[in-house]
Design a protein. Structure first.
Length: 574
């Protein structure tokens, strides 16, 4: 990992400084136990060899062994890891939910959630590595062991240290290869995950287009590439494991070669020999750990990169530091010289649009596909900000009002009905605070969603993933019931009924009419698919190629606007 990644990682550890200090202190205590155990064993064996049995030493050795088995470091580390990943996951979710729509348009929800999930897991693994009691225990014990062995043989100590140096060099070389392979593997794996989730989410489309075999063929072909990369990673990790495991054998061989002769000659006691074996293994203990440590760091670096990029992004559509409160719109909504182009493109979707939408009236926006109608709706709801120009609600720039008050007064409904996995009740009351069951029932009645009351579990009826257990008309009525619950002063309908049959559409439009007069009247902005549904609008805006071509009533436009005549002729009976 580069310096930037390290800085990012350690900056996210700052809130847990005291937890890390406590873990470090506890690990030091356990490290002292690890150091004391071989020394007590040495004394116990030597006294036993001389014919003396020291009961106190035996009890002390058993007590230390029992104490060292208590998983206090593990418990502290696990709690720290759980808190760290919990907060990081929350930070990522907050960042993703606050980012503007252009950010999500560029990356896609499935890719973002996959990268976030893997990145949080990698960050948690990295924290576990750094706070692992083994590294905190093994390092001080290994240092003490080096000095202990050096007192009996400098040559043996140097051989063990030389092995560690060679191991470090090999680790760096193999680690670089692991990093490269990990990045390539996760690039393929992310695409596979994205494609698989998308296919399952769009299962109906997959089936009716007979592309089940196609999707499976794609998986098996691309999955084979990912599997080959994974096999290479397994080989590289296997080399680390081989070097780490060989370290203990090497330590045993060095100890036997150098110290058995000293036992024979009487230079050291049998107890000392046992202590030397234990301390030699303690010197080698970090080898296996650091091998895995280095390999996992390289793996984590590949997964943390997209997470860092996500968290480093700042939303372009932001709330002012001291925002104004938007009250119910009573005068007008005005667009003044509004132009817009999507980030990363050079084509203007809207060009110098100036328009006045009177409050408590019905305004329809019509035009050919691609004329900028839906983009205009997204600007009115501030999902995007204009590239230039101003949008005002009752004379207040929409960029100066709080999101809470804006979305309290403005609701936006599209043909892609926003139903969440959950119950009927939770969907109707979504985003509404302090509601009562009778409020939900009232909203369902007003939206003609009588089907909800006839279901076995009533408001607690599960609607399936994204409402798949409901028909199109039922989903639409639940979304309308949500509008009644919110009771906004401005309702924007973006081709909200285009996917419904004529009869259901007519019924839903009657409900919209009831919603429009609720509470003294609402500002209704309707982006029309069928012009026959907006003939009665107080104002019809005709758009073409990102501009407002004409504005008037149905009869006025039929007299003077050629495009409106064409649209009316072709679409009014569609």
């Amino acid at each position: 990992m580069n310096l930037t990644t390290w800085r990012w990682f350690f900056s996210h550890l700052k809130p847990y400084t005291w937890s890390i200090i406590v873990l470090l202190l506890v690990s030091v205590v356990f490290g002292l136990v690890e150091i004391a155990t071989p020394l007590i064993l040495q004394r116990l064996v030597d006294t036993a060899a001389s014919g003396t049995l020291e009961i106190g030493l035996m009890i002390g050795l058993v007590a230390l062994s029992a104490a060292s088995s208590i998983p206090i470091p593990f418990w502290l580390q696990s709690r720290l890891g759980a808190r760290f990943t919990y907060k990081l996951r929350g930070d990522l979710l907050r960042c993703l939910l606050r980012m503007d729509m252009s950010f999500h348009d560029d990356r896609g929800s499935t890719t973002l959630t996959t990268q976030a999930s893997k990145g949080v897991g990698a960050a948690g693994d990295l924290l576990n590595l750094f706070t692992n009691s083994q590294i905190l225990l093994q390092l001080p014990v290994a240092i003490f062991a080096v000095f202990y062995l050096a007192q009996h043989s400098i040559a043996a100590t140097l051989m063990l240290l030389a092995f560690m140096v060679c191991f470090a060099v090999c680790s760096k070389f193999i680690g670089e290869k692991i990093a490269s392979e990990e990045e390539a593997y996760h690039e393929i794996d992310n695409e596979l995950t994205h494609r698989g989730r998308e296919a399952v989410h769009q299962i109906q489309t997959v089936k009716v287009n007979d592309t089940v075999t196609h999707e499976l063929t794609y998986y098996w072909q691309e999955g084979k590439r990912a599997l080959e990369r994974r096999f290479r990673l397994i080989k590289l990790h296997g080399v680390f494991a081989l070097l780490g495991g060989g370290a203990y054998d090497f330590a045993l061989a060095v100890t036997v070669i150098f110290f058995i002769p000293q036992v024979v000659s009487g230079e050291i006691t049998i107890g000392t020999f046992f202590a030397l074996i234990m301390f030699a293994s303690r010197i080698m203990a970090p080898a296996e750990f650091f091998g895995n440590f280095y390999a996992e760091i390289k793996e984590a670096s590949a997964l943390l990169k997209p997470v860092m990029e996500i968290l480093a992004n700042q939303p372009k559509v932001v709330e002012q530091r001291h925002p104004l409160h938007l009250n119910a719109v009573n005068d007008e909504i005005a667009l003044r010289n509004v132009s817009f182009q999507y980030p990363g493109t050079d084509r203007s979707i809207l060009r110098d649009v100036s328009l006045t939408i009177p409050a408590q009236k019905k305004t329809a926006i019509v035009g050919r596909s691609g004329s900028g109608k839906s983009t205009l709706a997204r600007l009115l709801t501030r999902l995007y900000d204009p590239t230039s120009g101003v949008i005002e609600y009752d004379g207040t720039d929409v960029r100066n009002v709080s999101f809470a008050s804006l979305y309290g007064e403005v609701s936006y409904l599209t043909q892609e009905v926003p139903i969440f996995t959950g119950t009927i009740g939770s969907n109707v009351a979504y985003g509404v605070k302090g509601h009562k069951p009778e409020d939900i029932h009232s909203a369902l009645t007003r939206s003609s969603a009588d089907f909800a009351r006839h279901m076995e579990d009533g408001l607690d009826t599960k609607v399936g993933e994204l409402g798949k257990k409901l028909s199109g008309g039922e989903r639409q009525r639940l979304a309308i019931a949500r509008l009644f619950m919110r009771n906004p002063s401005v309702v924007i309908l973006d081709e909200a009924t285009s996917s419904l049959d004529n009869i259901t559409e007519s019924e839903v439009h009657q409900t919209f009419e009831e919603l429009g007069v609720l509470g003294g009247g609402k500002t209704m902005i309707v982006i029309a698919h069928r012009l026959s549904t907006v003939h009665d609008a107080d104002q019809i805006v005709v758009m073409d190629d990102g501009k407002v071509l004409d504005t008037g009533t149905h009869n006025e436009l039929l007299e003077r606007c050629e495009l409106y005549k064409e649209l009316n002729k072709n679409l009014s009976i569609a």
